[in-house]
Write a protein that binds this ligand. Sequence first.
Ligand SMILES: Nc1ncnc2c1ncn2[C@@H]1O[C@H](COP(=O)(O)OP(=O)(O)OP(=O)(O)O)[C@@H](O)[C@H]1O
Ligand SMILES: [Mg+2]
Length: 349
Amino acid sequence: MTTVALEAVTVRFGATLALDAIDCDAPSGRLTALLGPSGCGKSSALRAVAGFAPITGGTVRFGGVDVTRVPPEARPSAMVFQSYALWPHMTVAQNIGFGLRLKGMTSAERRRRTDRVLEMVGLAGFGGRRPDALSGGQRQRVALARALALEPKVLLLDEPMSNLDAGLRAQTQTEIRRLQTALGLTVLLVTHDQDEAMAMADRVALMREGRIVQAGAPEDLYERPESRFAAGFVGRTNFLPARIVGRSGVAVEIEVLGRRLTGVAAADLAPGAHEAVAGVRPDALGLCAEGDDALSVHVLHASYHGAYRTLHATVAGQAVDIDLPSGAPLPAEPKLVLPCGPQLRAYAA
Ligand SMILES: Nc1ncnc2c1ncn2[C@@H]1O[C@H](COP(=O)(O)OP(=O)(O)OP(=O)(O)O)[C@@H](O)[C@H]1O
Ligand SMILES: [Mg+2]
């Protein structure tokens, strides 16, 4: 069992607080994604797990054991760095074999394992090249192969697919997922791409400014964002000014675009708040041909996404994105149809 746990881990670089006492669990044999915007502390969190970050407070545990002071090479983890960190003077095979040699593996064994991982990442036959004779995406895959060759219990991946084209990225995602399940690896994957996090992870930890703001299954984050930030970062959300006009338990009644709507989920509203921001996904909005002029939709432009298209529009002066199935007709004078109840969430203004 190699559950990884960060308990109140703090990482500081001079005046910069890269991690602010974060708690994070990466369950054994599962893939946990650390998701968040640039500079929020994702790499710092991964480096803290690997043993490369200057931890100024808190504890890192592997399978319940405190490893905070254990050096990186003595941890059962392998990391793929955001910058790849390949040794330029070594060939691909030497890069991969270096860590295996330190483990005392014979040259025949090293060669066998190197060939196997190169095959796994689609680079069979590239062992004799040096990193400067590879494309960015190929270097990235060598870095992944080098980590896989160590057969770690905990695999730490820092944006391991950022340089791959869409096809190769999908293939690599599937391969990482397959290996993770087959070998029972505990994987921590850093990404700023919410689609990648949602598609690959069993659990997503959303970070902002050195903190974890929400963690859970991808569905939890998508369906029940707890803050305006989470609603905007995980999937797309329209935000509309709203007034709270009633409360019952965890639901509120709000006024938005001149409409009263009941059964709206209250996310992070303060108890006595009167002002709020209503969040609604573009695919929860609809159009109809007739209705209240106050809900007239003025389409600015449309973008095509295959199965659906997005209308970028304004309603009563508010910017609104509306997703419609690609074949759906657009009425001559469209009016907005708001959803009811929990498809709307009210956030702190
Ligand atoms: N070695 C360092 N020295 C000084 N500051 C650092 C160092 N490493 C990171 N930082 C700072 O710590 C903060 C968090 O950085 P980190 O690399 O963890 O972010 P990130 O979420 O991985 O960002 P990105 O998506 O851009 O890779 C940033 O403000 C960064 O400038
Ligand atoms: Mg980073």
